[in-house]
Design a protein around this ligand. Structure first.
Ligand code: AMP
Length: 476
């Protein structure tokens, strides 16, 4: 089903994808990749896929849906081999259909290559022209095609994949954390800014893992080794990892929103616990925007650590006021009008006993379009709250993201052209306070490590695309 057809209540902004790769020296990897994808489900819920190799043949299995819907025992049994890659997808380029699910795959003579991508390229138009392809529907598909052709050019050399990547990767602009494989190797590759995360782990049972987040390493029995550096390519085969640097060095710029929203709280980035950083965001927020109130209530689950930090620092008691339905993710079924009117209650429902008669500090991590938040504020009031003081543990989201978050259309961003007071009025809150950019950077504990703040500051680390229509490849 094309993206546009999904329900606005249930689809909010999205971020592109979770990736994992494994090279085991002792066992088949299909189950390991499957469980690793579970740990990365939050990064993409539209489709899931795994490709494995037994040294001779690469097999790909992918479909629309959640990891648990896509794979069963027979599917995993058919994925033979001791190395492979996996992917969960949210689209930032192209529709939600089977063809656009990943891993993308190409066969070039005897070489079979598969690729999984987290991020978003900013020069797809030029790449499509240079390659002379008119049928690629996603940026990831263009990467697979370019890579296949570069492998073809380097076929006489046994290191075809590495050489091809050294040649082709510098032509890609924008955000890409990639896992790639051929019959005998896995590769992890990060763009020169390192917009999206990627880390390396060693399997306790022997071998190596690459994953978007450290939480996936925990689940598959791997020890964290280090992050793949911005601009680094790690190639892993039986002799272990080897590093290559295909790009001119750039300043690192990990997406700051990974700390705010995307990453799991039990992951670490830049050596810092995401949960710890989010608690600190709440603490600083309570200093920057104190509130006279009776209880601090998080918007679950994204607002919980910041609400805990806010409550601890302000001395205002923490209370559960909203319950999240854990089983509502992205749905492909459009709710009827009746359901749509109550759409938010599919996701969140209030606990009136806790809210009735209370002056509430409502804490969430971010406001992007404002549609969910507006309904939430109203819901908390209807449940009996006498005042709703909204506190947001990130700055106003004013600028479109071209690096992997589905917010390329600026007109959908509530803070794009409204002042904080106008936003407060629109949302119907008694007061509204956003964490400052400096406060947010301080809260990470690694402010100098290098972040992309484009969506909050308008400072883009690369040139941005002219065509921001996510379906432009399909339309052309
Ligand atoms: P809204 O008021 O419609 O902008 O929705 C705000 C909610 O969206 C907050 O609870 C955020 O945690 C959540 N949110 C932030 N970024 C994203 C994203 N990339 N995908 C889905 N939800 C998000």
């Amino acid at each position: 089903m094309p993206e546009e057809a999904s329900s606005p209540e249930l689809s909010g902004p999205r971020e592109a994808c979770g990736v994992i790769a494994a090279y085991s020296t002792t066992e088949r990897v299909s189950h390991l990749l499957y469980f690793g994808l579970f740990a990365l489900q939050h990064r993409g819920q539209e489709s899931a896929g795994i490709a494995t190799s037994n040294g001779e043949t690469v097999t790909v299995f992918k479909d629309l849906g959640l990891v648990a819907q896509v794979f069963d025992e027979p599917a995993l049994a058919g994925l033979d081999g001791h190395l492979g890659i996996g992917h969960t997808r949210y689209s930032t380029t192209g529709s939600t259909n089977w063809e656009n699910a990943q891993p993308a795959h190409r066969q070039i003579g005897n070489t079979s290559v598969a690729l999984g991508h987290n991020g978003n390229l900013t020069n797809t138009h030029k790449l499509a022209l240079d390659l002379g392809v008119s049928d690629a529907t996603t940026d990831s598909d263009l990467m697979a095609e370019g890579l296949a052709r570069a492998i073809d050019d380097n076929r006489s050399d046994g290191r075809g994949l590495e050489l091809a990547l050294m040649e082709i990767a510098p032509t890609w602009e924008g955000a890409f954390s990639l896992v790639i494989m051929d019959q005998g190797r896995i590769v992890g590759l990060r763009d020169p800014h390192g917009f999206r995360p990627l880390c390396l782990g060693s399997l306790k049972s022997g071998g190596w893992v690459l994953a978007s987040e450290t939480a996936a390493l925990d689940l598959v029995g791997a020890d964290f080794v280090r992050e793949v550096a911005a601009g680094e390519m790690v190639v892993i085969d039986a002799s272990g990892p080897k590093s290559y640097y295909p790009f001119q060095a750039q300043d690192p710029g990990l997406c700051l929103f990974e700390f705010v929203y995307f990453a799991r709280p039990d992951s670490q980035m830049y050596g810092r616990s995401i949960h710890g950083a989010r608690g600190e965001m709440g603490r600083i927020l309570s200093e920057q925007h104190p509130a006279d109130a009776d209880i601090v209530v998080p918007v679950p689950e994204s607002g919980i650590p910041a609400a805990q930090g806010f409550a601890a620092a302000s001395g205002i008691p923490y209370s559960d006021g909203l319950v999240k339905n854990r089983y509502v993710g992205r749905t492909f079924i459009e709710p009827s009008q009746m359901l749509r009117d109550h759409g938010i209650r599919l996701k969140l429902n209030p606990i009136p006993e806790n809210l009735d008669g209370q002056r509430v500090v409502l804490v969430d991590d971010s406001i992007v379009r404002g549609s969910t938040t507006r309904k939430l504020v109203n819901m908390v009031r209807e449940a009996g709250a006498t005042e709703v003081h909204l506190r947001v543990s990130s700055p106003p989201y004013r600028w479109p993201c071209f690096y992997g978050m589905d917010t390329a259309d600026r007109s959908t961003l509530i803070a794009a052209d409204k002042s904080v007071e106008e936003i407060r009025e629109h949302l119907g809150a008694d007061s509204l306070g956003y964490l400052s950019i400096d406060g947010l950077l301080d809260a990470t504990g690694v402010a100098d490590a290098g972040f992309c703040t484009a969506c909050l500051s308008g400072d883009y680390p690369t040139s941005v695309p002219e065509n921001t229509d996510k379906f432009h490849l399909e339309r052309s």
